[in-house]
Write a protein that binds this ligand. Structure first.
Ligand code: ADP
Ligand code: MG
Length: 730
């Protein structure tokens, strides 16, 4: 029996022993496995605690002596929970997380076994991690990369089975200090934003000394039975199906969306949520998504740095916990053709240390103007850097989704909602009149009263915009479900930092010329609106009209990753990232190359899997079926029946033969095209070749014929689980 039928039979007959997740009060387990400041207070001396606190708050360095105390405290806490090993936990450019476990256990010079964890081991490590991508930043002879403790993200304990490991969040840098991960540049971008935003805030409130960017991600994912998944080599190796005919029932009835959660999936959700709470991940919502077997979860928003760690941690956790339930989680942006893919909306805002959300329309004229200032600066930032923002969400899997009439298009535009669009156009319409102090109406922009209701009615309804204002935050919707949000967050916070810095310079220049502060601010805001209004779009982002209109407006619409990535290495980008202290030119070039290589490798793997499945699964099934048909025709002939008795069989035979032929030829040609592309040295040219000469030419074509065969060939002979089984059997 093929794996396919075996899987179906097992799932139907045995649902496995249910995993029982106890009903615990969330507050009772929340942060149980996190070295929070509260816990730190219990385990550290006054000196150690104070030092940790200042470095968490202000990013100050911790000296060796104190580091030893903190390390001891960490070990004492961890050991009280049965931890034996520790690891520096980091997020290398592979897109996953990395760990290398060491035990506390060591031997003294005289052979006495002891448990030890000192400050040096806490602060810095040199994992022999020369196999991580570095884009040439580390020559092989100087392959050292260091992980360095990031005290702003708390240490935590990961439980795998009965094993427990203390994880120290770290950044990963080269011997020369170049960033080799996603976290180091993110921290730099957040610091740059903090600086620029505080200065602008001080126009309105001198008490603001810190601005933190906030992130609430919404994670979409698919869940399917593990046994069915294991019978699909494409899912096992690529996380998506490269073949599969559409089932009779897909998502057209829309009966899955927000429906009751299937029982096995519900058990899985409760299980991973509980693990997440222990790690301090504040999950809040769970529900079904549009496609069958698609779901979403979202936490309460947190500081960007922490939110990014929590998202990567959760993705890892979900994969692990799923196995206990004999399920697998697909985080790929497009696991199934013909039904919706998955995204990861990044809800983003900024908050001051005085407790103000800078994107919440204020209650007084002063705070209104502060809101308007930040609001317009974002629009300007997105307008000026749309290409870089697009590059930040570019990945091979996300190419299947962006612009596929279900996800925002590859055109970056900003949706602000009817009411604010009117406010902006009112300010803009006065382009030739100077503002003066009589401008009560403008300065008093009575935003707060009308906005909340309007938001509920309007703003949240436009699901087709890649970057939408939703009442008190912007929602960057084009981010892919499997992405590390650090990439888009690094770009978004950098362009915001940069725009605010220039804004401050321009306002200051006007004030120096004698304009009153509020008036000067209004003038710069007005100019920004004029300069960036072409990025504003309120209509249906999925429509052809918008594609035409965007082209007329001259907005970039780059559909594929190899070309979208160009924006990372333009003169503009290099200047942007360097002047904000986020990436050096060299780091940008290196990242560009790594992303291109990642693209090439992903297409290469998919192409190989396609060839393998086509030749070793699909064609043998089709040929077996041909033989059955042939035997049947010959039998009928021998029995003396006329042609009309076996005409249909001959028709099917002809159709099957035709598909077999095309598939065989196309796979051969695809292999040749790969050989050609592999000979290309330049990473960009190679990625373009993989896109244009392989993916674009062969993927859909081969799939078309395979999916046709699926409809023709005897179901009994078909070895790959079908869409209807993967999406509906659990
Ligand atoms: P939906 O977008 O599905 O309607 P919500 O708007 O309620 O759902 O929230 C989506 C996400 O936005 C949640 O993770 C929430 O915590 C987050 N969010 C809310 N306010 C902010 C904010 N000020 N900054 C960042 N994220 C926020
Ligand atoms: Mg949302």
């Amino acid at each position: 029996m093929s794996l396919r039928f075996n899987a179906i039979e097992t799932i139907s007959s045995d649902q496995g022993a249910p995993v029982v997740t106890p009903n615990l009060k969330i507050t009772g387990i929340f942060n149980e496995n996190v070295f929070t400041l509260q816990t730190a207070r219990q385990y550290l001396s006054d000196e150690g605690y104070k030092s940790l606190l200042t470095s968490v708050r202000g990013g100050k360095k911790i000296d060796r002596n104190v580091a030893n105390q903190i390390a001891n405290g960490l070990r004492a806490w961890a050991e009280s929970k049965g931890v034996t090993h520790y690891t520096h936990w980091f997020q290398p450019l592979t897109g996953t997380t990395a760990e290398k476990h060491d035990s506390f256990f060591t031997l003294k010079g005289d052979g006495t076994p002891i448990e030890e964890f000192d400050g040096a081991a806490l602060i810095q490590q040199e994992p022999d991690a020369s196999s991580f991508p570095s884009g040439g930043l580390r020559a092989t002879f100087e392959a050292r990369g260091y992980t360095a403790w990031d005290p702003s993200s708390p240490a935590f304990i990961i439980e795998i089975g009965h094993g427990k490991t203390l994880c120290i969040p770290t950044i990963f840098i080269s011997y020369t200090g170049a960033s080799l991960d996603y976290k180091a540049p993110l921290l730099k971008a957040l610091e740059s934003l903090n600086k620029s935003a505080v200065e602008v805030c001080n126009y309105f409130d001198k008490n603001v000394t810190k601005v933190t960017a906030t992130l609430g991600w919404e994670q979409e994912y698919f869940v399917i039975d593990e046994r069915l998944a294991h019978a699909r080599p494409d899912i096992v190796q690529c996380g998506r199906t490269v073949f599969g005919a559409s089932p009779a029932k897909g998502q057209q009835l829309e009966d899955h969306y927000f429906g009751s959660i299937p029982e096995r999936v519900y058990a899985f959700m409760r299980d991973f949520e509980q693990e997440a709470y222990k790690l301090g991940i504040p999950l809040r919502t769970r529900h079904n998504e549009v496609a069958p077997s698609q779901f979403e979860c979202a936490p309460i928003f947190e500081e960007v740095n922490i939110a990014v760690d929590h998202n990567t941690l959760l993705m890892d956790l979900m994969n692990r916990v799923a196995r206990r339930h004999q399920l697998i989680v697909l985080l790929h942006e497009k696991p199934f053709a013909g039904i919706n893919g998955s995204g990861k909306h990044n809800n983003w805002s900024m908050a001051t240390d005085t407790g103000v959300n800078l994107l919440a329309p204020g209650k007084t004229p002063k705070t209104n103007l502060m809101f308007l200032t930040f609001f317009v600066n974002i629009i300007k930032a997105v307008h000026d850097n749309a290409d870089i923002l697009r590059a930040s969400i570019a990945s091979e899997p996300n190419d299947h989704r962006l612009g596929a009439n279900e996800a925002p298009p590859a055109i970056i535009s900003v949706f602000v909602g009817q009411y604010l669009a009117k406010v902006l156009s009112d300010i803009e319409s006065r382009v030739n009149t100077k503002f003066d102090e009589q401008d009560e109406a403008i300065l008093k922009l009575d935003l707060h009263r009308s906005i909340p209701e309007l938001m509920l009615d309007n703003t949240d309804r436009n699901r087709t915009s890649p970057f939408a204002f939703t009442g008190n935050k912007f929602e960057f919707r084009a981010v892919g479900s499997s992405a590390n949000c650090a990439i888009s967050m690094t770009v978004l916070n950098t362009i915001m930092a940069d725009t605010l810095r220039k804004f401050k310079q321009e306002v200051d220049a006007l004030i120096e010329k004698g304009e009153k502060k509020e008036i000067a601010i209004m003038h710069v805001i007005q100019r920004y609106i004029v300069e960036s209004k072409k990025v504003l779009f309120e209509g249906d982002g999925y429509s052809q009209d918008w594609h035409d209109e965007a082209a007329r407006r001259g907005l970039p619409n780059v559909k594929t990753t190899p070309l979208a990535l160009d924006a990372m290495v333009t003169e503009k980008a290099k200047h942007l990232f360097e002047s904000n202290g986020v990436y050096t030119h060299v780091e940008l070039e290196a990242r560009h190359e790594i992303e291109l290589e990642k693209y090439t490798k992903k297409v290469q793997i998919e192409s190989r899997i396609m060839g393998d499945l086509a030749i070793n699964h699909i064609l043998p099934a089709a040929i077996r079926y041909q033989n059955e048909l042939l035997a049947n025709v010959n039998g009928l002939k021998a029995a003396g029946l006329g042609k009309e008795a076996y005409q249909s069989q001959l028709d099917i035979l002809t159709a099957v033969s035709k598909h077999i032929q095309v598939i065989h030829q196309q796979v051969d040609q695809m292999v040749e095209a790969r050989k050609k592309a592999n000979a290309i040295e330049n990473a960009r040219e190679k990625a373009i070749a993989y896109d244009k000469d392989i993916k674009a030419v062969y993927f859909d074509e081969i799939r078309y014929h395979v999916d046709k065969l699926e409809h023709l060939v005897d179901d009994d002979l078909w070895t790959l689980p079908k869409y209807r089984e993967m999406l509906f059997i659990r």
